[in-house]
Design a protein around this ligand. Structure first.
Ligand SMILES: [Cu+2]
Length: 173
């Protein structure tokens, strides 16, 4: 007599748990920047957090595009990951420490393997030029390649299914 009611309750609980696990990843488990605000004219440590693969498939490559105004990029090597850089000319020349800088890293990729059950971070250091006024939102398009499938974190508008990691330039305190 009591069992049917118990079963209904259990089914409802299981349903809620399944629903939560489907909703949670798209809501707050994207590729994002750890530090979301920085001052222009300073060096910035960009830490990209990768909390999951592509729908359960292991991540095999992370590619990050460097936006305009972000120069002197130096990626942090990772044990077990092959690091590759695409270098090229900037759209304009920047003055940095009394020198003119006209070219540098435009794209970084790390190739390796990160199971979906694990978390990792991909890091570079860069100079945020004073071309970026306070209030500017800088998007870093990231392509996450997986054993099966690919996730393109490239959307600049919010809300979005696949938002690019974003950094807001703030005024000097
Ligand atoms: Cu996500």
């Amino acid at each position: 007599m009591r069992f049917p009611r118990l079963n209904v309750f259990l089914l409802a609980a299981i349903g809620a748990a399944v629903g939560a696990s489907i909703v949670a990843p798209s809501a707050f488990a994207h590729v994002t920047l750890e530090t979301k605000q920085a001052v222009a004219g300073s060096y910035y440590k960009a830490v990209f957090k990768v909390p999951h693969g592509c729908k359960g498939s292991p991540t095999t490559r992370i590619r990050i595009q460097i936006p305009a105004g972000v120069i002197s990029v130096k990626p942090q090597p990772k044990a077990g990951w092959k690091l590759e850089l695409v270098e090229g000319n900037y759209a304009k020349s920047y003055s940095l420490h009394g020198a003119q800088v006209t070219s540098g890293v435009r794209e970084i990729s790390w190739t390796g393997n990160l199971p979906d059950a694990y978390y990792d971070e991909f890091i570079f250091q860069a100079n945020l030029t004073t071309d970026l006024p306070a209030g500017t939102v800088v998007s870093f398009p990231v392509v996450q390649e997986c054993e099966k499938g690919v996730s393109r974190w490239i959307e600049t508008k919010e809300p979005s299914e696949n938002p690019a990691p974003k950094l807001t330039i703030v005024a000097k305190p």
